[in-house]
Write a protein that binds this ligand. Structure first.
Ligand SMILES: NC(=O)c1ccc[n+]([C@@H]2O[C@H](COP(=O)([O-])OP(=O)(O)OC[C@H]3O[C@@H](n4cnc5c(N)ncnc54)[C@H](O)[C@@H]3O)[C@@H](O)[C@H]2O)c1
Length: 327
């Protein structure tokens, strides 16, 4: 039995963002039309080493693709000079059950998280959107901007981070990579005000911009907050937005951006308009007017990892990337 081993660099070379966006649309459509099997992720706690490892499997029935992601968050790692998070994806051949590939999962996660926002932006943002604001100059903030640039003619971007050094490095790197001016905002308002598309990819637990700074017609991708207590978007913005989510079950368990306004008694679950996959599948409309605010709230679903990893493996086979190992 032979298995392909792919590094983060191989993953990056194999799958351009635009193709990842299309892979996400197919994955979300399968998720929202009963064609995906997504068992609850399995957490294994390792209190002795202040760590947690999550096992996230999924199967896409229409595409006949299966994979599992293993993500570890070990809190003592930074003090040891090691990354906080490690991730690995194993692709399993859905026809035979044979392991087909092992690939680095950190960049794959950033790629698929960006690509989901790219799919949402393509379906929900105004066609003439040209200015992006990114909150959070980290790993996810980079693929958020790449993804929006893959689906709209973006002419300039703004970045805001509570750490100005990170914002500066981001602006230099992303400006050079994408060939657009990336301005550093000194306040959240300076970034949000001119934006047609706002991406929030922070580790914040409280809203990262004020509702007054969001113009009518803006599309927002909110990907950072992932627990019922964390949020990046103010309640007022959620209330005036057409809200689209990645996965109803996961959102209602984890998305503080929606659960906090529900707990405050300001909205009910009925305010959630659709899953992204329902829009891809044509079961629900996307944006209905140029003036409405649209909000895509993502917490991340294992079908995204399966779709991205399967697409990476196909491209890697064509381009002969990585190494093949006999087990
Ligand atoms: N939705 C998904 O599928 C998905 C996938 C991966 C990660 N995430 C989440 O996205 C978030 C960001 O992840 P990352 O890997 O980019 O982390 P990161 O540490 O690389 O970057 C986060 C950045 O946010 C900045 N920040 C914190 N508070 C801020 C604020 N109030 N305003 C502006 N900037 C602020 C930090 O200074 C940092 O630069 C995390 O919460 C992570 O769990 C979500």
């Amino acid at each position: 039995m032979r298995i392909r081993v792919l590094s983060a660099d191989d993953v990056r070379r194999a799958l351009p963002m635009r193709e990842a966006v299309e892979a996400m649309k197919r994955a979300f459509a399968q998720l929202s039309t009963g064609q995906a099997e997504v068992p609850l992720r399995v957490p294994v706690h390792v209190p002795r080493h202040n760590g947690l490892t999550l096992f996230m499997p999924a199967y896409l029935a229409a595409d006949d693709r299966m994979a599992v992601k293993i993500v570890s968050v070990f809190n003592d790692n930074p003090a040891r000079g090691l990354p906080l998070i490690h991730a690995l994806v194993v692709v399993v051949d859905a026809e035979t059950g044979q392991p087909a590939a092992v690939m680095e999962g950190g960049y794959l996660t950033a790629l698929r998280t960006g690509a989901a926002s790219g799919a949402a932006t393509d379906l929900l943002a105004r066609l003439d959107a040209s200015t992006v604001a990114v909150f959070g100059a980290g790993v996810q903030g980079r693929t958020q901007l790449e993804a929006v640039c893959a689906v709209r003619q973006i002419r300039q971007a703004w970045v805001y981070d509570v750490d100005p050094d990170r914002a500066r490095r981001y602006a230099e790197e992303m400006g050079a990579r994408l060939g657009i001016p990336v301005h550093i905002a000194s306040t959240p308002a300076e970034a949000a005000r001119p934006a047609d598309v706002i991406c929030t990819a922070t580790t914040s637990s409280v809203p990262v911009f004020g509702d007054a700074h969001v113009r009518p017609g803006t599309h927002i991708n909110a990907v950072g907050a992932y627990t019922p207590e964390m949020r990046e978007v103010p309640t007022e913005t959620v209330l005036r937005a057409r809200v689209v989510i990645d996965h109803r079950t996961a959102s209602l368990a984890e998305a503080g951006d929606l659960l906090i306004p529900i707990r405050e008694g300001r909205m009910t679950e009925e305010h959630i308009w659709a899953e992204l996959g329902e829009i891809v599948a044509g079961r629900k409309a996307g944006r209905l007017s140029p003036d409405e605010v649209t909000l895509f709230k993502s917490v991340g679903v294992a079908v995204q990892d399966v779709a991205a990893a399967a697409a990476v493996l196909e491209a890697a086979r064509r381009q002969n990337l990585g190494v093949e190992v006999s087990l």
